[in-house]
Ligand binder design. Structure first.
Ligand code: ADP
Length: 164
């Protein structure tokens, strides 16, 4: 049976610094996803390591460090979003990792354009505005890492009366 899921979205420092928070949150709300937790945070080395726990293994130390610098460059806005198949749906709205390949209509396709090659030539993380949990297991780990039970909320929206 398909059930409601919760997933983590982080608006990274490039999104906050560019003043895109409202417009990006709007996209998730427009799709009917419900914000059930939200906070602003400045990541330290320990939290960065926990959040990007497998990034060094996947991409190597240089890319891990470039991304650690990028995500610590300024404050982020983190959210827990709830909805039907929320993990996959949020990824669909966010678009693929590399903005130059993300289709128009997605957040990364509409608000960014950098490529993997450019980021690597500059020794920087790919500026792609948003982190979103990649799968259901990752979402469970990330939601628990970022938000305590007392920071997540259960409430009903008016829209639910008509859409559920
Ligand atoms: P996603 O954020 O789409 O789930 P990944 O988990 O694969 O992507 O990678 C995490 C983040 O690392 C990406 O969002 C991107 O900012 C950065 N990144 C991925 N590949 C590279 C790369 N080759 N060089 C620099 N940064 C990268």
């Amino acid at each position: 049976m398909t059930t409601l899921e919760r997933t983590l979205v982080v608006l990274k420092p490039d999104a906050v610094a560019r003043g895109l928070v409202g417009r990006l949150v709007q996209r998730f709300e427009d799709a009917g996803l419900k914000i059930v937790g939200v906070k602003m945070a400045q990541l330290d080395d320990e939290m960065t390591r926990k959040h990007y726990f497998d990034l060094e293994e996947r991409f190597g130390t240089a890319i891990y460090e470039a991304n650690a610098r990028a995500i610590q460059r300024g404050p982020v806005i983190a959210m827990v979003l709830e909805g039907v198949e929320a993990v996959a749906n949020v990824r669909r709205l966010v678009g693929g990792t590399y903005p130059n390949e993300a289709p128009p209509g997605t957040i990364r396709g509409d608000f960014a354009h950098h490529s993997k090659a450019y980021a690597m030539s500059q020794d920087k993380g790919v500026a792609n505005l948003v982190h979103a949990s990649g799968n259901v297991d990752e979402a469970k780990y990330e939601v628990e890492l970022w938000f305590g039970a007392d920071e997540q909320f259960d409430y009903h929206t008016l829209a639910e009366t008509f859409t559920f």
